[in-house]
Design a protein around this ligand. Structure first.
Ligand code: MN
Ligand code: MN
Length: 462
């Protein structure tokens, strides 16, 4: 055996996915990503992602969970948690007695929420006060076209859906920044300080009602437009969830069109493949659950995040129908926490440790643990479960790689994995590597997106 052969036998290296994928696989990846890109444009918020998932699920024979119904093998159902999180399930041949197969991704993304009392007028402008949601670099949110998405719920319970800034002839919004000519002081501040939270005010108008120059008439004009369009008054902002997101559409990146640039890859780039894998699952062996959850970006908090019991309650309810102990079912279950990881960026090599980083185009990333410092806040997957996942991916010829979030002591982060693990479920993170993660415009590789779909599909079959 020469050195080259011995190297192949003994050494580990994840190749470029195109080396392992056939031409057919590569074109399948490209067409899969067309569906993904329209999903990105149609589902910029968690509520829109749930609405889209419900639509696709119903088209594929799923119906809303009915607590009184019995579900034989092959039943397709979904549980809608407050229109902000959803669980799709397909009941398996074995039911739940040997545990479930769960893929959990999140559908919230970093953004700017409107404050409860957002609208104000100052110095000839009407603006919205925002409160950032999730981890953002604040300066990235200035001087880009923005859209407003969300709901306003009136006192009588009627819900008004709002989407402004998405179609070509829609107006857009923007957060202004200082011209360089006058930015001498700003340019000496840190990136963290140059634009502060209180500077993230969205420009929404500049003409007064009736051309009158009385104070507050620019604000009044905006309120009048909102009243005429939606029938809402200023007090209705108090019961609203309105989100400012980039108004860009998803697009191909690169001469070779190998990548996708878009807002909100984290974590729709795992949520969409997980959803498609569930829709494409025939009658699985074990009952499968595709969990699309909310609030991951702020620590999985609240009753629509996975730090709540809603997923466990749903699985326990189905277990009860089979006469099983729900907690025993959870203990036998296995989960892929489907979330993104940071792709190695050659512009910033100092924060990565190359041998343990993920790279775009090397397939789906299996992240044994996340967290920060000494694995703080992490769910560290067992060697046994890692072996199982490795074997499953290799057997199905799915390109995959390992990855840590970055160099030690450079920072860190977490996923839903630890909240899944808290139910005694076996769990590991598996997702897509992302460039410019949490920026208003993130980049992923199309081959990696397809590898994620194939990984989740195989896991549901396992
Ligand atoms: Mn994420
Ligand atoms: Mn994130």
């Amino acid at each position: 055996m020469d050195a080259k052969e011995l190297k192949e036998k003994l050494c580990y290296e994840a190749p470029h996915a195109s080396k392992k994928m056939s031409a057919d696989d590569i074109s399948a990846a490209d067409s899969f990503c067309e569906g993904y890109m329209s999903f990105l444009d149609a589902a910029k918020t968690e509520r829109e992602a749930v609405a889209k998932a419900v639509g696709l699920a119903e088209m594929n024979g799923f119906s809303e969970y009915d607590p009184d119904e019995i579900y034989p093998a092959g039943s397709k159902l979904y549980y809608n948690n407050r229109n902000k999180a959803i669980i799709l399930a397909v009941t398996g041949k074995k039911g739940l007695k040997e545990g479930a197969r769960i893929v959990a991704a999140h559908i919230d993304s970093p953004r700017l929420d409107l404050r409860p009392n957002p609208l104000y007028e100052t110095d000839g402008e009407a603006l919205f006060k925002t409160h950032y949601y999730g981890g953002i670099k604040k300066y990235q949110w200035t001087v880009i076209p923005l859209a407003l998405h969300g709901v306003i719920v009136k006192k009588d319970g009627a819900t008004v859906n709002v989407t402004v800034g998405e179609s070509d002839d829609d107006p857009k919004f923007v957060i202004t920044d200082l011209l360089p000519h006058l930015a001498a002081k700003q340019m000496t501040s840190t990136l963290a300080e140059g634009i502060k939270g209180e500077d993230l005010n969205v420009l929404v108008g500049s003409r007064p009602f009736d051309g009158s120059d009385e104070a507050q008439n620019i604000k009044l004009n905006i309120l009048n437009i909102l009243f005429e369009k939606y029938g809402v008054t200023e007090a209705d902002f108090l019961s609203a969830e309105l989100e400012i997101v980039p108004s860009f559409k998803a697009c191909d990146i690169g001469f070779d069109r190998s990548m996708i640039g878009a807002y909100g890859h984290d974590d729709r780039v795992c949520a969409y493949p997980a959803l498609m894998a569930a829709l494409d699952s025939d009658v699985p062996e074990h009952t499968i659950f595709c969990v699309l959850t909310d609030k991951e970006e702020i620590g999985s908090e609240g009753n629509t995040g996975l730090n709540s019991a809603y997923m466990a309650y749903f699985i326990k309810a189905l277990a009860k129908k089979e006469g099983l102990d729900g907690e025993a079912v959870l203990s036998l279950s296995k989960c892929l926490s489907a979330d993104v990881n940071a792709a190695f960026d050659p512009d910033f090599p100092d924060v990565f440790e190359k041998n343990n980083s993920s790279f775009i185009n090397k397939g789906v990333v299996v992240t044994k643990y996340t967290g920060s410092r000494g694995k703080g806040g992490s769910s560290d997957a067992s060697a046994e479960f890692m072996a199982e996942v490795r074997a499953m991916l290799d057997k199905a010829n799915v390109c995959w790689q390992i990855g840590e979030l970055g160099r030690l002591d450079a920072g860190g982060g977490g996923t839903v994995a630890k909240y899944v693990a808290s139910h005694d479920i076996e769990v590991v993170d598996v997702g897509v590597p992302v460039l410019s993660m949490h920026a208003p415009f993130e980049v992923v590789s199309k081959l990696d997106v397809f590898c994620a779909y194939r990984a989740f599909y195989e896991f549901f079959r396992s």
